[in-house]
Design a protein around this ligand. Sequence first.
Ligand code: B3K
Ligand code: ZN
Length: 866
Amino acid sequence: MLDAQNAAAAPPPVIHREDYRPPEWLVPDVELHFDLDAAATRVRAKLSVQRNGGHRHPLKLDGDGLIPVAVRIDGEPQADAWRMDGATLLIDLPGDAHTIETEVAIAPEANSQLMGLYASGGMLCTQCEPEGFRRITFFPDRPDVLSRYVVRMEADKARFPVLLSNGDRTGGGDLADGKHWAEWRDPFFKPTYLFALVAADLQANRDSFTTRSGKPVDLAIWVAPQDLPKTEHAMAALKASMAWDEKVYGREYDLGEFNIVAVADFNFGAMENKSLNIFNSRYILADPDTATDVDYDGVAGVVAHEYFHNWSGNRVTCRDWFQLSLKEGFTVFRDQSFSADQGSAAVKRIEDVRTLRAAQFPEDSGPLAHPIRPESYMEISNFYTATIYNKGAEVIRMLHTMLGPDKFRAGSDLYFDRHDGQAATCEDFVTAMEDASGVDLGQFRLWYSQAGTPRIKASLVHEPAGGQARLTLEQMVPPTPGQPDKQPMPVPLRVALYGEVTGQIFGGERLVMLAGAHQEILFEGIGERPILSINRGFSAPVIVETDRSSADLAFLSAQDNDPFARYEAMQQLMVNTLVGAVATGKPDHRAVIDAVRETVCNSALDAAFIAEAVLLPSESFIGDQMAVVDPDAIHAAREALRQELGQELEDEWRASYAKTHANRYDYNPAAKGLRRLKTVALGYMAASGAEDASVIAFRQFRDADNMTDRQGALGTLANSAWAERAEALQMFYDRYRDNGLVIDKWFSTQAFSTRDDTIEVVEALARHPDFTLTNPNRIRSLVGAFSMNQKHFNAASGRGYRFLADFVLAVDKLNPQTAAKLIPPLGRWRRFDTARAGLMRAELERVLATPGLSKDVFEQASKSLG
Ligand code: B3K
Ligand code: ZN
């Protein structure tokens, strides 16, 4: 942590994309020898190094917290040939090819950062992306240095009976003193960030998959014995992903083994290490009693995501970390498409857009805005963002829309063929798409370099005399930090015009390519007044502003044949209503109530879609539409609309509830949809103030045969003033006290509560014996969840801000990556009134003034002050 301690005094250096230079030394082969022990692990590394180019520079091996115990060059200890430059080991080498051996001692159980080799629940495991490998051994720790690895591990056999690494197991056996060893070889060239090892006492759910060319693959998911029954869903998702990638992308798996290990303490969701994926256990373990339908979807989506990385990330990796979206945006697009194919594509698209709007749009309009290919960073761990991942996926999706599935597939085939075994760039990807399709993507590249969410103004004018309709589009890309002036981007908009009377689409859907700042599109043969359906399927990650009336939005919410556009029309109607209510203080709920009634009563719609469509936009999304966020007024307006919807449509909610509640647990898209609608209906019944709502909620909670129903009811109870509330929370805790993942839900449900005592409850929960700073899931479940509770986090007293900043500082001492991820809500100060903005800034300043800050937190806090 030497660097970290200097951060407050001298800001950490800024790394620029334009400064990229190829590596000076390559390391084609590496042998690692681990003498594993939780308190003291010895790591010996033997690197074959090759000079790359005609320079005379020394070999630079990155290290972080490492002290060399021994260094040998071509087998000899040459003390005068090497030196330390800060954390980096420099070695002067006379020739162009040498063998370097180093030895270090590390302490996994003292590693609270969870980067490098660390201990979790009695096992040893690794996390190397992006720069954790340098905490294990000295190495050129950058993604464009690709090596073949041989890994030998030795460990106590009783404590660590399972020894895993990348590739295939090539040897093993017993040693003296109760120890044993295993050797693994990975024939594929890979960068350091894909290295992994696990030493553990776990058991495997084993299965197999035969690739389409007939090669058998042994699959194993490693967990604690009592968790084995919870791995079936992940295993099914893994096999489905393997088949899907063959079918949709023509990509086959390339080794004889594929292992997944679940760990309780993990900074992220999961990690795609070559053939040894390591997962946060929340994305592996699922059974009906402990995991919700959302959790099941998360497990399948993340298993697929990490598996898909084997091609989009591992076989073709990133040249440097500025190219992160090359693998992440593409892989998110791939996992989204996979999930859409497994269930309801319409609902999946709605969920993906909701995530983008909740996580990425605020980022894109705030002080941390960056393009999907950033230009600079202090700490690359801060760039695993919704922009890189989710906007990155939207950019790939636009290519898919513009090129069509066949040309897109030709482009991806060309990309994989051309760059297999290489460290590539975003530019390589776009060039492959361009070469394979013949489509000019020159201007499209702006999506990689410009930050900010484009705003599109769309207005439609009907000229009945000529039977024409004129669609005028205007584009504005807002300024973002470091990018004051923007160029218009190419925006693919799927558009349809509906006849007001006939309800028919005129001439089918069109793909309109908006290329400039202003464009007019003429539609012919429009005899009746047309209603505009635009950005159907959310074909571009933009904000579309239209002047459509409430009546037109209601029409679309009832009739549009594009499910996303239909959902969107309802959302827009709700947003207009709520923003209007906040602005005028005179709510007019009529149009929303009628539109919701129409949707709830439409027997042609499936339950999952109805549940999504009738949900009110979140308080933060409403805030995003306002010049100055007024958290209390938004909350009051939204609750008033919820209450009136509950009361006016009480019979409909009761009918929906009755229809769905007899349903016994089964995991399939239809049953999931019924469960979702059931809890949405329960929420409205509670909002209506119906006297029996508490009894119904408590009954749902108590009698549930699955976590979706139980947690759904608990959420309603947790928001209430009902007598049953405390009992339900206690019952939930007692039932699941030994299950960390479910106790996370217990914390987050209370942190999300709308009740007025939420901040006191949250502060008390931070002192609960089950709260701990060493488990990232637990931190997110309380502190992260609370920071998303717009009303209470933004309490006018500033108490919520102080709570968050206290945790940023406390967590930073242990785990800078997790601490830095807590900061963005404080960076939203520009969106609030001056009093709140001042309080938020004061907390950011307090964080920045603290000595010994990590560079992760320094970068996020200083940029957030703006
Ligand atoms: N590639 C990993 C990212 C882990 C980085 C942690 N700082 C997870 C994923 O996107 O699949
Ligand atoms: Zn990923």
